[in-house]
Write a protein that binds this ligand. Sequence first.
Ligand SMILES: [Zn+2]
Length: 110
Amino acid sequence: MHMQHNSEPSPSEPHSEFLEEVSRLWPLAKGSLSEVSKPCTQKGCKACAEGRGHPATIYTYRQGGKLKCMHVRPRFVPQMRKAIANCHQLEEILTRLGRETLVRLREEDS
Ligand SMILES: [Zn+2]
Protein backbone atom coordinates (compact mmCIF):
# COMPACT_ATOMS: atom_id res chain seq x y z
CA MET A 1 0.00 0.00 0.00
CA HIS A 2 1.17 3.46 -0.88
CA MET A 3 0.80 6.30 1.64
CA GLN A 4 1.04 9.97 0.99
CA HIS A 5 1.31 11.55 4.40
CA ASN A 6 2.89 14.89 3.66
CA SER A 7 1.08 15.69 0.47
CA GLU A 8 -2.46 16.86 -0.17
CA PRO A 9 -5.15 14.46 0.96
CA SER A 10 -6.19 12.20 -1.89
CA PRO A 11 -9.92 11.82 -2.59
CA SER A 12 -9.73 8.16 -1.47
CA GLU A 13 -8.43 9.05 2.01
CA PRO A 14 -11.85 9.25 3.73
CA HIS A 15 -12.62 5.84 2.22
CA SER A 16 -9.43 4.30 3.71
CA GLU A 17 -10.20 5.89 7.08
CA PHE A 18 -13.70 4.44 6.94
CA LEU A 19 -12.42 0.94 6.11
CA GLU A 20 -9.90 1.07 8.94
CA GLU A 21 -12.53 2.29 11.40
CA VAL A 22 -15.11 -0.36 10.49
CA SER A 23 -12.61 -3.23 10.30
CA ARG A 24 -12.63 -3.29 14.12
CA LEU A 25 -16.42 -3.58 14.25
CA TRP A 26 -16.84 -7.33 14.20
CA PRO A 27 -19.01 -9.33 14.76
CA LEU A 28 -22.03 -7.34 13.59
CA ALA A 29 -25.75 -7.85 14.11
CA LYS A 30 -28.58 -5.42 13.42
CA GLY A 31 -31.44 -6.01 15.80
CA SER A 32 -32.02 -6.40 19.52
CA LEU A 33 -32.04 -8.94 22.32
CA SER A 34 -34.92 -9.45 24.69
CA GLU A 35 -35.46 -11.62 27.72
CA VAL A 36 -38.57 -13.74 27.55
CA SER A 37 -40.12 -16.55 29.54
CA LYS A 38 -40.82 -19.74 27.60
CA PRO A 39 -42.70 -22.90 28.52
CA CYS A 40 -40.87 -26.21 28.15
CA THR A 41 -42.10 -29.64 27.05
CA GLN A 42 -41.32 -31.52 30.27
CA LYS A 43 -44.30 -33.11 31.95
CA GLY A 44 -45.04 -31.84 35.43
CA CYS A 45 -42.53 -28.98 35.27
CA LYS A 46 -43.06 -26.87 38.38
CA ALA A 47 -41.86 -23.62 36.80
CA CYS A 48 -44.27 -24.02 33.88
CA ALA A 49 -47.16 -25.15 36.09
CA GLU A 50 -46.72 -22.00 38.18
CA GLY A 51 -46.70 -19.91 35.02
CA ARG A 52 -43.09 -18.76 35.45
CA GLY A 53 -41.68 -20.71 32.52
CA HIS A 54 -37.98 -20.62 31.71
CA PRO A 55 -35.91 -17.53 30.94
CA ALA A 56 -34.70 -17.34 27.35
CA THR A 57 -33.07 -14.74 25.16
CA ILE A 58 -34.51 -13.84 21.78
CA TYR A 59 -32.74 -12.00 18.98
CA THR A 60 -35.21 -9.85 17.04
CA TYR A 61 -34.42 -8.35 13.63
CA ARG A 62 -36.18 -6.99 10.57
CA GLN A 63 -36.07 -8.61 7.17
CA GLY A 64 -37.97 -7.11 4.27
CA GLY A 65 -40.04 -5.05 6.70
CA LYS A 66 -41.04 -8.14 8.68
CA LEU A 67 -40.07 -8.66 12.30
CA LYS A 68 -38.29 -11.97 12.81
CA CYS A 69 -36.76 -13.65 15.81
CA MET A 70 -34.35 -16.39 16.76
CA HIS A 71 -33.58 -18.09 20.05
CA VAL A 72 -30.11 -17.28 21.43
CA ARG A 73 -28.30 -19.95 23.48
CA PRO A 74 -27.15 -18.48 26.82
CA ARG A 75 -23.46 -18.89 25.95
CA PHE A 76 -23.93 -16.83 22.77
CA VAL A 77 -25.55 -13.86 24.53
CA PRO A 78 -22.29 -11.91 25.21
CA GLN A 79 -21.19 -12.23 21.57
CA MET A 80 -24.61 -11.13 20.31
CA ARG A 81 -24.55 -8.13 22.68
CA LYS A 82 -21.14 -7.18 21.30
CA ALA A 83 -22.37 -7.62 17.71
CA ILE A 84 -25.38 -5.37 18.35
CA ALA A 85 -23.23 -2.71 20.08
CA ASN A 86 -20.86 -2.79 17.08
CA CYS A 87 -23.82 -2.33 14.76
CA HIS A 88 -24.92 0.78 16.69
CA GLN A 89 -21.40 2.19 16.29
CA LEU A 90 -21.46 1.37 12.56
CA GLU A 91 -24.80 3.14 12.18
CA GLU A 92 -23.36 6.23 13.90
CA ILE A 93 -20.42 6.19 11.50
CA LEU A 94 -22.73 5.86 8.49
CA THR A 95 -24.88 8.75 9.70
CA ARG A 96 -21.79 10.93 10.23
CA LEU A 97 -20.52 9.99 6.75
CA GLY A 98 -23.70 11.23 5.10
CA ARG A 99 -23.03 14.69 6.43
CA GLU A 100 -19.30 14.53 5.68
CA THR A 101 -19.91 13.34 2.11
CA LEU A 102 -22.11 16.34 1.35
CA VAL A 103 -19.72 18.78 3.03
CA ARG A 104 -16.85 17.36 0.95
CA LEU A 105 -18.86 17.59 -2.28
CA ARG A 106 -19.64 21.24 -1.53
CA GLU A 107 -15.95 21.98 -0.85
CA GLU A 108 -14.89 20.24 -4.09
CA ASP A 109 -17.53 22.20 -5.99
CA SER A 110 -16.43 25.66 -4.83
ZN1 LIG B 1 -40.94 -25.94 32.21
